[in-house]
Design a binder for this molecule. Sequence first.
Ligand code: FAD
Length: 466
Amino acid sequence: MESAQKQLWHELTAMFGEEHVRFDEEEIELHSYDVWPAAAKWKMQGKRPYQPDVVVRPLSTEQVSKLLVWATRNHVPVTPWGMGSSVTGAPLPMKGGITLDLSLMKRVLALDPDNLVVQVQAGKPGLELELELNERGFTLNHSPQSLDRSTVGGWVSTRATGQFSSRWGGIEELALALTAVLPSGEVIRTPLAPRAAVGPDLRHLFMGAEGTMGVVTEVVMKIFPLPEKRIFETLKFPSVDAGLKAMRRMMQAGLRPFLVRFYDVDEARHVMRDPSFPRPVMLLGFEGLAAVAEAEYAAGLNICAQEDGTAIGPDAALAWMERRFDFSTVENLLALPGGYAETIEVAHFWDGIAETYQALKTALAPLAAEVLGHFSHVYEQGTSLYIILLGQAENDAEAEARIMHIWDVAMRISLEKGAVISHHHGVGIARLPYYRDQLGSSMAALERIKAAVDPAGVMNPGKLGL
Ligand SMILES: Cc1cc2nc3c(=O)[nH]c(=O)nc-3n(C[C@H](O)[C@H](O)[C@H](O)COP(=O)(O)OP(=O)(O)OC[C@H]3O[C@@H](n4cnc5c(N)ncnc54)[C@H](O)[C@@H]3O)c2cc1C
């Protein structure tokens, strides 16, 4: 058996060359932990529940195709890896096999400044692409907090959203077309058009699929001119309900702040850097042509004033913009023995979000020293809710157990309240036990699609319950 496996790995090395096929401990360890806090605690305990046997770094769509043909023929699992910034365990290989690391596929293939699109290989790191575009006067308008540690293909595969999504939409609006390789090795390119009505949109087979349907190898992203003007404001509100109402009214009136983040009083203290700050706080930003940004700003502030929001100046919003990729509060706590932290995002309609928020805050309060809440991706129909938990346990084993308990409580309450269990972080391993309940009658159809696309079951096996 062992020698049969050795023979397989020998074949891989012969196909892709030694420097692209790695078995060394450093590479295996690197691909055994993502940024899920549970993974941080496993690492600190010397545990490694999920690890690849080998890491392969292809250079092109053709090489990915060759690899998938080989893996399907030999029934070897393949788990794609962008930059491993998942916070749910999504890129951890539950059945071992190959981790397909896209870090060498990072070329910009074409930039079309007239039609405002850029075509890139899927392993392109987000910040690298954004900075290259900025130099030419453009932006992606996709800015996840992990911009500096995630890839374009990872965004598509997790159905990511950025911090400016209330104005510009999630990745499903921003990624116009894909090239993907199916487990059979077939390469498919979805139609490239401003919009198309030519049957089902196959982009969505891969969006949020977490690597279970194939490998995304190239993406055509929309790009935008850099804005002429940005205006910022910070407002305090008397209550969470008042701020939620102001957000709902702004969105339903057709205003599109690119920045709208509303923090409960517990998180407002962190955002304002003032431990005694007494009120929930909203950060607002409008952008575009100066005349449009100014008009939207005035209209937005008017709505907020009607809900008792008081403007306190732009400083806190500007300071947040400066540190918007900073994750150190969570990372520093996780690095302490017994320290634990978790971030859980869900979403609901306007008529369900306040009750979901209250229920989660109440149920999670005994499980952490601090339970913070904010609302930051806003729609006409509803909003996301983001809960951050910070705590300290006796040791890392207890911290790990606490993280799992937190997930269980949060997911059960979200399902009970009719919220969707993830707004943008995806399912991974963290939400796996609750995924069937979430999908309900859709699960059987998803299973049949998976069986048709990946009959050998090689793509990220176990994920999405498949
Ligand atoms: C500090 C921090 C902040 C974050 N902020 C946000 C945020 O604001 N918004 C947000 O949406 N998320 C956020 N995340 C979560 C994470 O960054 C996103 O899920 C991101 O899209 C993952 O990208 P990645 O390239 O690192 O993918 P990975 O973590 O490597 O992989 C994620 C999943 O996608 C699959 N995958 C990756 N690349 C491909 C591919 N080319 N083809 C097929 N499958 C693939 C993997 O198998 C895995 O299942 C944050 C994470 C951190 C650590």
